[in-house]
Design a protein. Sequence first.
Length: 143
Amino acid sequence: MSVALAAANKAYKAGEVPIGAVVVSDDNKILAVAHNRREIDRDPVAHSEILAIRQAAKVLGDWRLYGCKIYVTLEPCPMCAGAILQARIKTVYYGAKDPKAGAFGSLLDLRRIPGYNHHLEAFGGIMAKESSALLKKFFKQLR
């Protein structure tokens, strides 16, 4: 999670919402590190999770990220949670909960889709204090 938090700090310095993501293989090798780039890329789907998933798929040469884990500083939104499910990621570890858009338990839980054939585990609260503090600092500066 510390690598994801470092990516979030990079986003913060670039003027992006400070969220970072890291995809790790089943043998604990870092496959991809990304941060939000919506403003830089002028792309509404340039969330850290999407970018990290794309990078990891290129590294592995497969869209199926079986056995992989993703670490994210903020609970993924519905779009990112859907991408995580579609990529067949095994486990999600996230920092701060997102009561406004969190899709792994805070607002809704996409793990509970009836009939869906891929299931994953999600664990929150990892370095939540640090992740939350960075987000609060960013939005305080915007206001």
